[in-house]
Design a protein. Structure first.
Length: 305
């Protein structure tokens, strides 16, 4: 036995580091470039391709391999991520590629129907398929504190195998084996967002030209919208229960009665009510059908064709 610290030190050879998964990225628009940057920063070997070759300059400077064609890029790695303009662009870019044995992750914004058709198309060509809906803008990618995430649906095996790689640029939320469900969740959230934007636009239009600075209204407006966001959970619980009268704070009848004030104020301010009127018409239809004691949840049923 010795007191020599050198002799007492462990002589076990450290285990070799597991190499990071290499992947291919097709598409270097603003979002594609942000994705590439995140994977490269994390040390993943990356092969990229873009129809306009000049856009590959930034990833190349950071260590990405630039392929001369989509087929060459696809051949380079098993995991292939697509971030092109639309579904037609995916069809065109991958038309002459060999997808047999590939894991194809499609981050192109599309419809649920397009995603399901693309999944079947990929399967016929021998590939596993995962569809994705990105809930972020490019500056949020690779910045966890900004809260970016991506909905994924399709092959659960593909997702589980590559979830660590996919989580590098943004968080991951797997929403099931139906390939169309990522797009469905994506569009549902975006649709709600645009509805909110419509209300915000109307609110600012009302005060435009008055001695009310937009910057003065903004924090009050944001705070009010945040407070009202609690109604989302109420709507969900009422839909699941099939009872739209539970927990009602302001009945449909009361809200229909009060809409006149909103419309008259718009008229007084010289503001079009075209962003509000369609929703008010749905409220009136539900009231006429006997839903006066309900919440606003019944409008959901009117939208179903």
């Amino acid at each position: 036995m010795t007191d020599n610290p050198v002799e007492n030190a462990s002589t076990t050879t450290p285990a070799p580091l597991t190499p990071l998964t290499p992947l291919t990225l097709l598409g270097l628009g603003a979002m594609g470039t942000a994705l590439a940057g995140a994977w490269l920063a994390a040390g993943h070997p990356l092969t990229v391709w873009n129809r306009t070759a000049a856009r590959a300059g930034t990833p190349a400077a950071r260590g990405a391999t630039v392929a001369g064609s989509a087929a060459e890029a696809v051949a380079a790695n098993r995991l292939v991520v697509v971030c092109l303009l639309d579904d037609d662009s995916v069809e065109e870019a991958l038309a002459d590629t060999d997808l047999a044995g590939k894991d194809l992750v499609n981050l192109v914004t599309g419809t649920p129907g397009q995603a399901r058709a693309r999944a079947a198309w990929a399967e016929r060509r021998g590939a596993r398929y995962l569809d994705g809906g990105i809930m972020a803008v490019p500056p949020m990618i690779g910045v966890p504190a900004a809260g970016p995430y991506v909905f994924y649906s399709g092959s659960s095996e593909l997702f589980e195998e590559h979830r660590t790689v996919l989580a590098v640029p943004a968080g991951t939320r797997y929403v099931g084996g139906d390939a169309g469900h990522a797009a469905l969740h994506d569009v549902a959230l975006l649709s709600a967002m645009y509805g909110m934007f419509a209300g915000v636009a109307h609110a600012f239009a009302l005060v435009r030209g008055e001695a009310v600075a937009p910057g003065e209204l903004a924090p009050m407006l944001a705070g009010w919208l945040t407070a009202m966001s609690g109604s989302v959970a109420t709507t969900a619980s009422q839909l699941e229960a099939g009872d739209y009268t539970g927990g009602v704070v302001s009945s449909l009848a009361m809200q229909v009665a009060g809409k006149g004030t909103l419309l008259r104020t718009a008229a007084e301010q010289g503001v079009s009510a075209e962003l509000l009127e369609p929703y008010f018409r749905l409220m009136e239809r539900r009231l006429a059908a006997g839903g006066g004691e309900e919440d606003l949840t019944g409008v959901v049923d009117l939208l179903r064709r």
